[in-house]
Design a binder for this molecule. Structure first.
Ligand code: PMP
Length: 401
C-alpha cells in the first residue's frame, strides 16, 4: 500500500527535524544583533545611573514605549526580566502567599483553587497550575475566543474559580484573537470569587503576519469601567521581538494590583537589569520602531506559514483541518489519532510537541490537536518536516480505515 511505502521511505531518510517549540530562527535573532552593542549611555531619562540598584518598576521611558502596545497605562506597567512566564509563575506564588487585593485570604489557605483553561492552550500555563496543585478546567475555544457561556457559568457558580489563562491575540496555538464581545463579557461577568483574576498573556501583541493587524479590545480599561478594575493581570515580553533569551517582560494591572505586585517583588529583588532596558529603548525607540522591526520578522516567517499551509493543502486536504493564523507563532493541526501520528513522526526523526500538550494534564479528549511551530527551521527543513508529518497522518488514517 502507498501509505506504508511512503512511510518506509520516510524512515529510510533518517531525518532529524524539530517542530516542537516556538523559537525564533537564527535569522530572526540576527535582526536584533545591534542590541548587543547598546546602550551607548547608561543614564536613564531621569538622569539616574542604570548600572546601579533600584527602580523596581522599571524605566519610565521603556514603560511609555510599550504602554500603548500592551494596552496598559505606563504608570501601571512593571518591567521584569527576560521571561514573562517567570512573572506569571511568580504572580501565582504571590497570590498563594499574600492575599491579592479583594481576597479574604491567601490562596494557599483555600480548600481548592481552580483555573479555567481555554483549549487548545499553552502547555506552560498548565505546568504552572500542576506545580501548585491548581485544578484545571478546560473551556472550548471558538472563533472569537473561549466559549463565554461556559466561562460565565463556571465563574458565577464556583468561588473556587480564582483564575483563567488567556492568550488573547494570535493565541497559542489556535491563532484566534478574542472578539470585542468576548473581551466585553470577560470584563463584565459576575464572579463568585471576589479575588478572581484573568491572566491576560498578551505574548503576541505585536506579532502580525499580515498588513491588517488584528485589533484586541482593552480588557484592563473595560474591566475598570465595569467596576472590576482588579480583575486583570496583563503580561507581555520582547522574547519574540528582540532576543528570546535576553529580552524584557512586562506585568500590567490596576494600581492596587501593581502596588501588591511590587510589594511582593520588593522582597525578591533590589531592582531589575536597567542596562537591558536602556538597550531596548535605544534599539526600538518608539511604537513605530517596534512596528518596523516586527515587519522584518514577518518577512522572514510569513513564507514559513505559507509553506505549511501549501504542503498541508496538497498532502492532507480532506483528512485534516488546520489554522491559517494572521499572527503569532503556531499552526494548530486537527487530525484523527493525533498521538499515533506524533509517535510515527518521532520514529521517522520528526519531533513534534507531544499530542495532548495543548490540553490540561496532557489530555486531549478527542486526540486531535497537534501544535506546529514553523518559525525555527529553514524553509527546506520545514518542507521536509511537514511533508513527513503528512505521510505519518496518511499512514495512521490507512491503519484505522
Ligand atoms: N506565553 C505564551 C502564550 C507563549 O507562547 C510564550 C512562548 N512560547 C510565552 C508566554 C513565554 O514568554 P517569555 O519568553 O516572555 O517567558
Amino acid at each position: 500500500m502507498t501509505a506504508q511505502r511512503d512511510y518506509a521511505d520516510l524512515v529510510q531518510r533518517g531525518l532529524s527535524l524539530d517542530l516542537t517549540r516556538g523559537k525564533p530562527s537564527p535569522r530572526q535573532l540576527d535582526l536584533s544583533n545591534d542590541l548587543i552593542k547598546l546602550p551607548t549611555s547608561y543614564r536613564a531619562a531621569d538622569g539616574t545611573d542604570g548600572r546601579n540598584y533600584g527602580n523596581l518598576q522599571g524605566l519610565a521611558e521603556l514603560r511609555e514605549l510599550f504602554a500603548p502596545l500592551v494596552q496598559v497605562p505606563a504608570g501601571q506597567l512593571v518591567v521584569g526580566g527576560n521571561s514573562s512566564l517567570a512573572m506569571m509563575h511568580d504572580t501565582v506564588v504571590h497570590a498563594l502567599l499574600t492575599p491579592v487585593p479583594g481576597a479574604a485570604r491567601r490562596w494557599v489557605e483555600e480548600p481548592k483553587i481552580t483555573f479555567l483553561c481555554p483549549v487548545p492552550g499553552y502547555d506552560r500555563h498548565f505546568t504552572i497550575c500542576e506545580r501548585f496543585g491548581i485544578t484545571m478546567v478546560p473551556v472550548p475555544m471558538n472563533a472569537g475566543g473561549p466559549d463565554m457561556d461556559v466561562v460565565e457559568r463556571l465563574v458565577a457558580q464556583d468561588a473556587n474559580v480564582k483564575g483563567m489563562w488567556c492568550v488573547p491575540k494570535y493565541s497559542n496555538p489556535s491563532g484566534v484573537t478574542y472578539s470585542d464581545e468576548t473581551v466585553r463579557r470577560l470584563a463584565a461577568m459576575t464572579t463568585a470569587a471576589p479575588d478572581f483574576r484573568i491572566f491576560w498573556d498578551n505574548a503576541y501583541a505585536v506579532h502580525h503576519l499580515t498588513d491588517t493587524p488584528a485589533e484586541l479590545a482593552d480588557l484592563l480599561a473595560l474591566s475598570a469601567e465595569r467596576g472590576n478594575a482588579d480583575r486583570v493581570f496583563v503580561y507581555a515580553s520582547t522574547s519574540k521581538v528582540t532576543l528570546a533569551g535576553s529580552g524584557v517582560s512586562f506585568f500590567g494591572s490596576s494600581p492596587a494590583n501593581v502596588a501588591w505586585f511590587l510589594h511582593n517583588t520588593s522582597k525578591q529583588s533590589i531592582g531589575p537589569d536597567k542596562i537591558n532596558q536602556l538597550r531596548h529603548v535605544e534599539f526600538l525607540r518608539d511604537a513605530a520602531g517596534v512596528g518596523a522591526h516586527m515587519r522584518r520578522h514577518a518577512e522572514l516567517i510569513g513564507p514559513k506559514f505559507e509553506l505549511v499551509d501549501k504542503v498541508l493543502t496538497e498532502r492532507l486536504g480532506g483528512l485534516a483541518t488546520w489554522t491559517t493564523p494572521k499572527g503569532g507563532y503556531f499552526v494548530s493541526l486537527e487530525v484523527p489519532h493525533a498521538a499515533e501520528v506524533v509517535a510515527k513522526a518521532k520514529e521517522a526523526g520528526i519531533a513534534l510537541t507531544p499530542a495532548g500538550a495543548t490540553h490540561p494534564y496532557g489530555q486531549d479528549p478527542d486526540d486531535r490537536t497537534i501544535r506546529i511551530a514553523p518559525t525555527y527551521p529553514d524553509l527546506d527543513e520545514l518542507e521536509q518536516a511537514i511533508s513527513g508529518l503528512a505521510v505519518c497522518a496518511r499512514l495512521v488514517a490507512a491503519e484505522h480505515a
